[in-house]
Design a binder for this molecule. Sequence first.
Ligand code: GRF
Length: 201
Amino acid sequence: MNIAVLVSGRGSNLQAIIDSIESGYLKARISVVISDIENAYALGRAKKHRIEAVFVDPEKYSSKDLYEKQVLAVLKKHNAELILLAGYMKILGKTLLSAYKNRILNIHPALLPAFPGLHAQKQAFEYGVKVAGCTVHFVDETLDCGAIILQRCVEVKEDDTDETLADRILEQEHKIYPEAVKLFVENRLRIEGRKVKILQS
Ligand code: GRF
């Protein structure tokens, strides 16, 4: 299966997907990495692994629709069958959502539906939760509210700061994202309303 990864920054989750493909855990290939930020570190990670890395400049398009049409053209050119959002900071519009319905996944650094949106780890830490975590979910027109595929808990320690907590959540992100992608690639996910059923292999 050809995967496209959309990024805006650091790209550690992209790296986790690349590593799981290179180790043979995930039987798929990344056909393109697309960024809306020209100097995103993630683009360099892609190039290092000889993966096509494309910057699509949002400034060049007068609307989200026109921007996404250009992204769509890049996705089609690289025969992308599945889109992974990995720290992609733009909210998706109708153009991409309808072209890839139920074929877009996202990783979020909180146990959804708690703490959607930005700085989720800090939100959770400041709220005083005892258990934090991360979620891989399908992307739909809602913000961080699509059907949940996998979640993993992380205990909050007495001496945590929001940063140490975020680091431990990130470690778990790097595990559950490849796991969820593997389930998708093996056609083992069934969306039933809000629920995602996982078929046994
Ligand atoms: C991660 O915490 C992810 O959960 C969130 O954005 C961050 C991206 O980090 N959606 P990276 O670019 O994958 O390192």
